[in-house]
Ligand binder design. Sequence first.
Ligand code: NDP
Ligand code: A1CAB
Length: 269
Amino acid sequence: MTRRVAVIGAGKIGEALLSGMLRGGKRPEDLIVTARREERARELRDRYGVETVTNAEAAKAADTLILTVKPQDMGTLLDELGPNVPDDRLVVSGAAGIPTAYLEQRLAAGTPVVRVMTNTPALVDEAMSAISAGAHATEEHLKRTEEIFRGVGKTIRVPEKQQDAVTALSGSGPAYFYLLVEAMTDAGILLGLPRAAAHELIVQAAVGASVMLRDSGEHPALLREAVTSPAGTTIAAIRELENHGVRAALLAALEAAANRSKELAEGLK
Ligand SMILES: NC(=O)C1=CN([C@@H]2O[C@H](COP(=O)(O)OP(=O)(O)OC[C@H]3O[C@@H](n4cnc5c(N)ncnc54)[C@H](OP(=O)(O)O)[C@@H]3O)[C@@H](O)[C@H]2O)C=CC1
Ligand SMILES: O=C(O)[C@@H]1CCC=N1
């Protein structure tokens, strides 16, 4: 029997998962989607040929429910969903900061819950998704979750207590790289390059560096040393980066992101 998967609250992450599951071979009839606004539901129906229903209907019709609403909307969603989710459903939460225990308290006793932190490269099947079991999730539930998220990239299992750090690192991570690319494009313009050329140069440098990091298995320090010639250009730039505390800034930034992830849980009703 084919399991049906429901994406509850299909925004950016939900749509990325939906499209990934379709690219991975699921049929539109195996998938159900919910949206808060009819206009959004119509958009998803037209784009993917999937059925859009209410949250309560999705809870009844699907075996696996993937919740992809914002953390701030999770309380309201669970008020609505709680009484409608049979306890044999697997509930997967993709929300930053929300502990599995919070969902378990609002669902029928014993409902299996899995927490996942993915990222937007899911849109190009290059996501990094970290998966943690809640109190009632079994190996089968973890495997079912991995199968879904492997369709859009890599997966890793982590203890739930590490999820705030994961959120700071790989969940938010793409944003830090985009910020660097933006800033380096501006630096190219400062040095007199046309914007389009500066953008193309730095994007390809980023792609090349990423592929080398992933495929060579080398430590990043070794890869950096290979670029850094004695009395050369790179070391002149690195001295400025160190003078401006780039490493310390990254340590502080990721600590702030992890703290914010913890705070999101504190704001829940
Ligand atoms: N964006 C990212 O890079 C990442 C996000 N996440 C997590 O993924 C989750 C989704 O983030 P993202 O996709 O960016 O957010 P979006 O705002 O794009 O998507 C959330 C969607 O949920 C809908 N929604 C809210 N409440 C309900 C409800 N009760 N019933 C049905 N639909 C509802 C929203 O509707 P409406 O359009 O009306 O607002 C919206 O379309 C968050 O919890 C976030 O922490 C995790 C990793 C990375
Ligand atoms: O900024 C956020 O809260 C979400 C979670 C991880 C990435 N984006």
